[in-house]
Design a binder for this molecule. Sequence first.
Ligand code: MN
Length: 135
Amino acid sequence: MEILPAQPSVRGPAEWFTGVVHFDVIAPGTRSRGKVNAVHFAPGARTAWHRHANGQTLHVTEGVCLTQSRGADVVRVGTGGTVWCPPGEWHWHGAAPDRFMTHLAMWDGLAEGQDGPETEWGEQVTDEEYGRPAV
Ligand code: MN
């Protein structure tokens, strides 16, 4: 068994996020391919559009998550809810406009010989896209 000390929170880079986002690396994917981050979004903050080679599970631990797949409606997911983003599906996720949100993000790194990138980043989510009514 190995006890891994807590690491400093990391500010989410501006090219990947709109607004203030910090994340804590829980599982770095160095001892297995499974990676876990706790991601903390300030009100109104969200990721840019992106997709994951091996998909991603999101589990909301605080607040309300807004998320959208390309071409679909924005969806609200409350605390305790879980989202599965299939491999290769363009999407974004973030906080509601009026409260903080934290989710666990869990995904697998690239397998040996698997073509990357592990996560491909696209354009920022515009205020118009973000402001569309959530279902
Ligand atoms: Mn994602």
